[in-house]
Design a protein around this ligand. Structure first.
Ligand code: NDP
Length: 341
């Protein structure tokens, strides 16, 4: 089933998330299809191209990326590369006249984010950051419940995203390489906590204090931090405490304690198997729907924006906002001072 207005995507980077999560979900979207592949690996291009029925002349190497400009089968590119390459490929995709769906984090710095936004404007093409939780039923319901003051006035938000990484080095795994990933768990997994704190509070912080930790002599952490923790103060007086780690037991928690009760999302932002409840007077378990619809939901949102010019909920400005917060967190940790925003 491919309606006439289906959006053709070039998948840029055939890694774990593209191959195992997103590409198999294109069939569940209303009008998105994979029309091209971009990779550095000829074997993957052949195998994945055959598996998805992508013709040989729609399989590109990174060096040939500019050629996509002449390929009418490609309406949009989906950038699923290590963070360091997001800005460059987004800007080149806009130059080729394509729309851009870009994985999180948007880029390594707020300056790169601003350059991506400007390039999209110049080209008059859409830019969406793949913040899938905005299309995930539990998180969407949580946002609505918080707007409806389901726990009363919000006082304390807590988010934790962690796992314990196995033995690795910056040369072996890009996530541990500062040039490719930035400072570490904050930009990667911890970004879900940053996002949750924002969309559950409905506020922007007015100040941030933060701390980082890097164990001595651990080959995993020669370039990036092992833990990043921050405390945010919101204009309402609410406080958020965020922690993220690549060297702690698994956690994926978002919790909002208000004057009347507590919302607990645990796990909060996984691909599937989410749990959410409200504790307090009359505790309720909330089961709003199948979390795995978030992947197709995200694609549907983007293709509607392309075809009907509907607004993008998770555009470049949101990615830029979040990189500014990441930068404020590191600035506070570096200086030992509270950073006012
Ligand atoms: P992987 O390491 O599994 O894949 C990255 C791919 O990028 C590689 O397979 C490779 O593809 C390509 N690549 C190009 N240059 C390099 C390089 N120098 N080093 C490593 N890879 C390179 O990463 P993920 O799939 O886990 O992550 C990719 C992106 O997706 C990141 O931005 C990440 O943050 C995001 N992500 C988002 C998630 C979400 O839930 N929204 C979950 C997981 C990741 P090839 O061999 O085809 O050239």
């Amino acid at each position: 089933r491919r309606p006439g207005d289906s959006v053709g995507f070039a998948i840029v980077g055939l890694g774990d998330y593209a191959l195992r999560q997103m590409m198999p979900r294109f069939d569940q979207a209303d009008r998105a299809h994979i029309s091209a592949l971009v990779s550095g690996n000829p074997d993957k291009l052949a195998q994945v191209g055959d598996a998805y029925g992508v013709p040989a002349d729609a399989r590109y190497f990174y060096e040939d990326f500019a050629k996509i400009a002449a390929d009418d089968r490609i309406d949009a590119v989906y950038i699923v590369l290590p963070t360091a390459f997001h800005a460059d490929f987004a800007i080149r995709a806009f130059a080729a006249g394509k729309h851009v769906l870009c994985e999180k984090p948007m880029a390594l710095s707020s300056a790169q984010c601003a350059a991506m936004i400007a390039a999209g404007r110049r080209a008059d093409r859409k830019l969406m950051i793949a913040y899938r939780c905005h299309f995930e039923p539990y998180n969407v319901m949580a946002m609505r419940l918080m707007r409806e003051r389901a726990v009363g006035t919000v006082r304390l938000i807590r988010t934790e995203q962690s796992y314990r990484a196995g033995p690795t080095t910056p040369a072996q795994n890009w996530r541990f390489n500062r040039a490719l990933a930035g400072g570490g768990p904050l930009e990667d997994y911890g970004l879900y906590g940053v996002q949750s704190a924002l969309y559950l509070s409905g506020e922007m912080p007015e100040s941030i204090s933060a701390t980082t930790f890097r164990p001595d002599g651990d080959p995993r952490f020669t370039e990036i931090f092992a833990h990043v923790a921050s405390q945010w103060r919101f204009p309402s007086g609410a406080v958020a405490q965020l922690a993220t780690s690549y060297d702690s037991a698994n956690a994926n928690l978002a919790q909002v304690r208000g004057t009347e009760g507590t919302l607990i999302m645990d796990p909060a932002t996984n691909y599937s198997g989410l749990n959410m409840r409200i504790e307090g007077s009359g505790a309720v378990a909330l089961t709003p729907g199948d979390p795995t619809t978030q992947f197709a939901g995200q694609l549907n949102h983007f293709t509607s924006a392309i075809r009907e010019n509907t607004p993008i909920l998770t555009g470049g400005e949101m990615g830029l906002r979040d990189l500014r917060l990441v930068e404020a967190i590191y600035a506070s940790a570096r200086s030992g001072q509270v950073v006012k925003l």
